[in-house]
Design a protein around this ligand. Structure first.
Ligand code: TXA
Ligand code: MG
Length: 348
């Protein structure tokens, strides 16, 4: 299959280009679309063949359910069952936007979408291209991140094509996404609501609306038992093993330079303040921006992991971004990428 690249404006997409992509969706094809978080691989939620085609294109296991994307509330009919009161509060505050809510599913919804579970994940994205495609397709769109299974989520169309060229019908290319990490997923079927995946809407913002909210932290193990199966520790890992160092910036820098003398195929997922040190020590690196600018670090994270993956490195070392907001979602991704390997460097 030839995967077409359809270039569109991120803010004012050409209706002709959108109609072309929507026609592919309406005949059961799969199209990668930008959202404000990451690119998603979209198909018609009402067409079981399209749903299957998404699992096949990604090599995604059937036990990992898909998010249903809508452009207006009327599209929830036939998707969701009885909505909890928290749904109205949160959708009012955060939709359209990077918040996915887990709610009871409608009995008629294709069971493959929820992997046989009783709740469905729904989201109204904030990206003009995603909204235009959903409207022109005139159906809810299921869309997992548009990467091959177990690769980092794509934040531009090149990432999508590197993973999925020949496996999908088209990608709507609107440049890089603005948030860079996936949506926050909150389970509204329990009390208090529980955050299953940290993401574009920070936990502290959800708490201002909900009062009480818990955060489910990283687990390893059997995916059927996980509350959100795609959130297994291994999920964000680049090919080379990752180790996180905690400590002050100078302590971490000194330690990494020493390590690189023993291992010349080590690479550094670093911050702007580390670049001079990495260059001086001839350590291959990719920078995430300023360590205290969580929003910028989030936009760089998955691209930087892909850059390091493309080098023949045997080990990746890094440290976590500082501060609140979306930085918490980045720390969560980095922790998962490192499969929990954290070394605390004490001051001597
Ligand atoms: O930002 C995002 O959420 C992006 C864009 C494209 O919208 N989508 C995305 O989808 O990240 P995906 O499939 O890569 O991640 C969705 C996560 C998976 O970990 C999946 O297991 C979980 O949501 N999930 C989806 N439906 C679920 C359900 N019914 N119950 C529990 N977990 C669910
Ligand atoms: Mg994903």
């Amino acid at each position: 299959m030839n995967s077409e690249r359809i270039v569109v404006s991120a803010t004012h997409p050409d209706p002709v280009a959108i109609a072309h992509a929507a026609a592919i969706i309406r005949r059961g094809g799969v199209v990668a679309m930008p959202t404000e978080t990451v690119y998603g691989l979209a198909g018609d939620a009402r067409n079981p063949q399209a749903v299957q085609a998404i699992f096949t294109a990604k090599g995604r296991p059937a036990n990992d359910p898909l998010i249903v994307h809508i452009a207006d509330y009327a599209q929830l009919v036939g998707v969701v069952g009885q909505l909890p009161t928290t749904f109205a509060l949160l959708s009012e505050a955060f939709w359209p936007g990077p918040l996915t809510m887990l709610v009871p599913k409608h009995p008629d919804l294709d069971p493959a979408i929820t992997a046989g579970r009783e709740s469905v994940a729904v989201r109204m994205p904030r990206h003009a291209v995603a909204l235009a495609l959903i409207r022109a397709s005139d159906c809810p769109l299921v869309a997992p991140s548009a990467n091959l299974f177990s690769r980092p989520s794509p934040t531009n169309a090149d990432h999508v094509l590197n993973d999925l060229a020949g496996r999908i019908d088209a990608v709507l290319d609107a440049g890089s996404t603005s948030i860079g990490v996936e949506s926050t997923i909150i389970d509204l079927t329990c009390t208090p609501p529980r955050i299953l995946r940290q993401g574009g809407v920070p936990a502290e913002q959800l708490a201002t609306v909900l009062g009480d909210v818990t955060v489910h932290t990283a687990v390893v193990g059997d995916s059927d038992a996980a509350p959100a199966p795609g959130m297994l520790l291994k999920h964000y890992s680049p090919r080379a093993p990752v180790t996180i160092f905690r400590g002050t910036t100078p302590t971490i820098q000194t330690h990494i330079v020493t390590m690189s003398q023993q291992n010349p195929t080590l690479a550094w997922l670093c911050y702007d303040d580390d670049v001079a040190v990495a260059t001086q020590a001839q350590i291959p690196y990719a920078t995430l921006g300023a360590r205290d600018n969580g929003a910028m670090v989030a936009t760089r994270l998955f691209a930087a992991i892909r850059e390091l993956d493309a080098l023949a490195v045997t080990q990746i070392v890094t440290s976590e971004p500082l501060g609140g907001g979306v930085a918490a979602a980045v720390r969560d991704r980095v922790f998962r990428a490192a499969e929990g390997r954290v070394v605390t460097l004490s001051l001597v």
